[in-house]
Write a protein that binds this ligand. Structure first.
Ligand code: CTP
Length: 400
C-alpha cells in the first residue's frame, strides 16, 4: 500500500520519539519515500542523524537549514506528501493542529498538506484524559484527520494508564489497512492476461509474436495499486510486476492461457485481456527437431480458442470485460466488430501505424471504444500512464 508513496513523518517532543526510528525503517521497507520533519523539541529525544540515516533523506526541523542556507519549503513539503503521519503527536502539537497555530515547520507542513493526515498521540495519562485534549482530538476528527489510538501501559512518568503511543508495527498495520480500505477497487478480483503465447512446432521452434507484456503488466500493477486482488496470467515475458500483491500465473500456450482463465474467471469482477494470443497453433508438435530438407516446409495449423470470446460468451451480468485490438488498417471498424462479437464492455484500440505505439515500446497510444460506441482517443503516453487511463475507465464503470 505504501510502495512509492511520499510519506512525511512528523515527530514531536515526546519520549515516544525513540519509536520513530523503527517506524521510519518500516515505512522505508514498505517502499515509501520518507521525509522526516521534527519539531525543535523532538531533536532532544532522538537525533536527526538517526532518522536521516534510516530515511535516507535529510531531516528538517527548521524553516532554514543553516549549513546550506536553504529554505525548507513547508508548502512544497505539504503538497509532496501522499500521506502525513504525526507520530508521536504530543498534546502540544495536537492543540496547535486543532487551532491552526503555526510556530514551527511541522505545524506549517500540517496546515499546507492536502493529503490524508494520521496522528498517533503520545502523552501522560492525565494529559490524555484532559478535556482540552479530548476537545482537540474531536476537532481534528472534524477536519478528517485520523487518529491511531494510544495504548495502555507503563508510561515514562512511571504511572500506568492510557497515553502510550501505538507501537510502530501497529501504526503500520493501521495505515496500510486504512489506505487499502479507501482504494476504489478494494474487494474486487481482477484477471489480466499479458504477453505473447508460444505454440511449439518442435522442441526448438515455435509460432509466437513480438508482444513484450509491458502493457499488461502495467495494467496489472495499476489495478493492484487501486486495491484490486489481481491475477496476472502471463505468456513468456521478461517483465516483472512492481506490485508485490499481483499473483502471477505463467503459461506458454494459448491452451494453457485459456485453462488458467477458465479456472479463475467465475468469481472475477473484471477481466482485462491484453495478451497477444496466437490465433493458430501447429496441429502436431514434432517430437524431434525438424531437419532441413530440400524444398519448403508446410506446417499445418489449427485455430486456437479465442479466450476473450469464450469469456464474453460466458459473461455474467455484473462482470466487466475489457479487450484489446491491435490493428494495422481499418482500425476503428475492426475494433467495433471485435467489441460486439466478443461482448465487451470496452475495447482498447492500438494501431501499429501510430509512431511509438504497439509492441516492445515503452509508450502507447490508445483509443477506448465503449458499448455505446463512444470513442475517446488519448495522446501518446508511457505505458504506465496508459494503464492509468484504462484503469480509470474500469473504476468509473464499476462505480456507476
Ligand atoms: N484474444 C484472445 N484469444 C485469442 C485471440 C485473441 O483472448 N485466441 C484476445 C486478445 O487478448 C485481445 C483481443 O482478443 O484482447 C483481440 O485480439 P486480436 O489479436 O487483435 O484480434 P483477433 O480477435 O485475434 O482477430 P484478428 O487477429 O483477426 O485481428
Amino acid at each position: 500500500m505504501l510502495e512509492g508513496k511520499n510519506v512525511v513523518l512528523g515527530v514531536c517532543g515526546s519520549i515516544a520519539a525513540y519509536k520513530s526510528a523503527l517506524l521510519v525503517r518500516l515505512l522505508v521497507k514498505a517502499g515509501a519515500n520518507v521525509q522526516v520533519v521534527m519539531t525543535p523539541d523532538a531533536t532532544n529525544f532522538i537525533t536527526p542523524l538517526t532518522l536521516s540515516t534510516l530515511s535516507k533523506n535529510p531531516v528538517f526541523s527548521e524553516y532554514f537549514t543553516p549549513e546550506t542556507g536553504e529554505w525548507n519549503n513547508h508548502v512544497e513539503l505539504g503538497l509532496w506528501a501522499d500521506v502525513l503521519i504525526i507520530a508521536p503527536a504530543s498534546a502540544n502539537t495536537l492543540a496547535k493542529m486543532a487551532n491552526g497555530l503555526v510556530d514551527n515547520l511541522l505545524t506549517a507542513v500540517y496546515l499546507s498538506a492536502k493529503c490524508p493526515v494520521y496522528f498517533a498521540p503520545a502523552m501522560d495519562l492525565d494529559m490524555w484524559k484532559h478535556p482540552s485534549t479530548t476537545a482537540n482530538i474531536e476537532t481534528l476528527h472534524t477536519f478528517g484527520n485520523i487518529m491511531i489510538a494510544p495504548g495502555t501501559g507503563e508510561l515514562a512518568s512511571g504511572l500506568y494508564g492510557e497515553g502510550r503511543m501505538a507501537e510502530p508495527e501497529e501504526i503500520m498495520a493501521f495505515l496500510t489497512a486504512d489506505i487499502k480500505n479507501k482504494l476504489p477497487l478494494v474487494g474486487k478480483k481482477v484477471l489480466v492476461t499479458a504477453g505473447p503465447t508460444y505454440e511449439a512446432i518442435d522442441p526448438v521452434r515455435f509460432i509466437g509474436n513480438h508482444s513484450s507484456g509491458k502493457m499488461g503488466f502495467a495494467i496489472a500493477d495499476e489495478l493492484a495499486r487501486l486495491g484490486a486482488d489481481v491475477i496476472l496470467i502471463s505468456g513468456p515475458s521478461a517483465q516483472v510486476s512492481k506490485q508485490r500483491s499481483v499473483k502471477r500465473i505463467d503459461v506458454t500456450t494459448a491452451a494453457e492461457m485459456l485453462k488458467a482463465c477458465q479456472q479463475n474467471y467465475t468469481d472475477a469482477n473484471v477481466c482485462v485481456m491484453s495478451a497477444a494470443v496466437a490465433d493458430y497453433a501447429p496441429v502436431t508438435i514434432a517430437p524431434q527437431k525438424i531437419k532441413k530438407q530440400d524444398g519448403g516446409l508446410t506446417i499445418e495449423t489449427k485455430k486456437t480458442t479465442d479466450i476473450l470470446k469464450f469469456l464474453g460468451d460466458n459473461k455474467q451480468a455484473d462482470q466487466l470485460l475489457v479487450g484489446f485490438a491491435l490493428e494495422t488498417n481499418n482500425e476503428e471498424q475492426n475494433a467495433i466488430d471485435k467489441l460486439k462479437k466478443k461482448n465487451l464492455d470496452f475495447i482498447v484500440l492500438n494501431s501499429l501505424s501510430d509512431a511509438g505505439a504497439g509492441f516492445k515500446t515503452d509508450t502507447n497510444k490508445i483509443t477506448i471504444i465503449d458499448r455505446d460506441l463512444q470513442t475517446t482517443t488519448f495522446a501518446l503516453k508511457s505505458k504506465e500512464d496508459v494503464a492509468k487511463d484504462i484503469c480509470q475507465r474500469i473504476v468509473t464503470l464499476l462505480i456507476k
